[in-house]
Design a binder for this molecule. Structure first.
Ligand SMILES: CC(C)(COP(=O)(O)OP(=O)(O)OC[C@H]1O[C@@H](n2cnc3c(N)ncnc32)[C@H](O)[C@@H]1OP(=O)(O)O)[C@@H](O)C(=O)NCCC(=O)NCCS
Length: 141
């Protein structure tokens, strides 16, 4: 049987969350202005800089990137994760296709939620993961 397909592996989910003190983040941005380019993509910078208080939105995106690292169980490049916006205004994520969890799985769907209030920014990220990239990677097609 030449065309035997592997079953789709059961996916698993991973959650990450992070909380950022906006006042402290403001200080960091003042002391190290190049942080903005190092951490945030061009479209993230354009979005935040259009806002009345850009730091609130930068802090929230920093929380998202830290939450992603927790969900992956590993560090990743800051620009490997970009916060985008849906038409509703809800946030969504674009990620580098090479992004993997510490145990080699890759995210196939993501849910992200952001809030900033009372001097804090908070983000939570949920990934659905698949091992299919890893298993196909070792197959000899
Ligand atoms: C969505 C809504 C609840 C956000 O209220 P808010 O007090 O501005 O929210 P917070 O200050 O806690 O958080 C702001 C973040 O909410 C997120 N957000 C904005 N619109 C959103 C939406 N429709 N759905 C989910 N999240 C949303 C954004 O990521 C925003 O941060 P950002 O601009 O830095 O990306 C409010 O805009 C609203 O009621 N809109 C109309 C109804 C609606 O669209 N409801 C959908 C959710 S029930």
């Amino acid at each position: 049987m030449p065309n035997l397909l592997r079953p789709l592996p059961a996916s698993s989910s991973r959650l990450g969350a992070d909380f950022v003190d906006v006042g402290r983040f403001r200080e960091v941005m003042k002391r190290h202005p190049r942080v903005v380019e190092r951490v945030f993509t061009e479209s993230e910078r354009a979005y935040c800089q259009r806002k009345a208080d850009p730091t609130l939105h930068f802090a929230a995106r920093f929380a998202v990137k830290e939450a992603v690292r927790k969900a992956l169980g590993r560090a990743c490049a800051w620009h490997a994760v970009e916060v985008c916006k849906l038409e509703t205004g809800a946030p969504s994520l674009a990620v580098d296709p090479e992004l993997r969890t510490a145990d080699g799985q890759y995210p196939v769907t993501a849910s992200v939620s952001i809030t900033h209030d009372g001097g804090f920014a908070f983000a939570v990220v949920l990934f659905d993961l698949s091992e299919i990239g890893k298993t196909l990677g070792v197959a000899s097609f």
